[in-house]
Design a protein around this ligand. Sequence first.
Ligand code: KG4
Ligand code: ZN
Length: 345
Amino acid sequence: MKVLGIETSCDETGVAIYDSATHHVTHLLHTQIALHAQYGGVVPELASRDHVQYLVPLLQELLAAEKKSVDAVAYTSGPGLVGALLVGVTFARSLAYAWQVPSMAVHHMEGHLLAPFLDHPDLTFPFLALLVSGGHTLLVDVRGLGDYHLLGESLDDAAGEALDKTAKLLGLPYPGGALLAKLAESGTPNRFHFTRPLIDRPGLDFSFSGLKTAVLHTINQFETIDEQTRADIAHAFIAAVMDTLVIKCQRALKQLNYKNLVVAGGVSANKQLRQQLTELMQTLNGKLWLARPEFCTDNGAMIAYAGYRHLAQGEQTKDLAIRVKARWPLVAYDKDNSLYPQSKL
Ligand code: KG4
Ligand code: ZN
């Protein structure tokens, strides 16, 4: 089965074709970063218009390169920016109708969650998943396809959001996560120290907004801030965020008694996080599963693949309505389930 995937939930237009017979995926991406950078963040109306402009040429290029007929269309229907989602969903549903092929609505975070399968078809359920993107920080017990149980989440800012906001405080352009990580590489270890939030309390929830405020207080101690000090602050902040994520993964793995950890979403492209988690899984005799960096951030390949997995088990989105969801929980809320007594705060 050849599934076309379409992603337009935020500031990236992604199209891809996943071929289940060969397990091969071809994808094209247009990023809107330059468009939004001048405003310091995503401007939803501009995002929608840009998706309108790029979807057709991207798809034409993909179909010309692939020379493949498409058997089904998968598309992100939420969560995300409503206008941006509407562009992709309308386009995808119309294509499926015109081509008379089945279509499948995909949850954006499920796309991220399943992305590591693209490079690791030997990955099997169950596993623990840490999903770290610009909008979400979730620890999920993944027992099977669609069988997702929430163990912990951010009570305020998502990890990526905290990285982007802190990058902004340090004068870096949007989206600053990757640039902040780069700046941190030249930082002096231990010149500054930020508390690892919520680690002295039981449970698997996260909180990153206090950390960002701590950075602001540190910056305000300086009248003028030199390049090395900015790097030193970035270093301490990145260390605090990554340590917190690693500690919570370790705690959740112990709780579930799982040996397999999947980490996905934009922040999972971070070199330091990948390194620290590799070391953790080595000490635990477990295995870390990651997507290649280009499939950590938003892309059409993960949507094509997630759509394929659902279509392959007989599901499809049948009615012709154009439905999008700005907010859409991925998982069953299990925090009070007796299966997870230690996850209660
Ligand atoms: O998954 P994603 O592309 O979009 C959402 O679904 O939100 O994640 C974007 C987030 C941004 O906050 C961005 O700063 C962060 O991922 N990010 C990184 C890196 N690459 C992207 N953060 C740290 N290090 C990176 N290399
Ligand atoms: Zn995403």
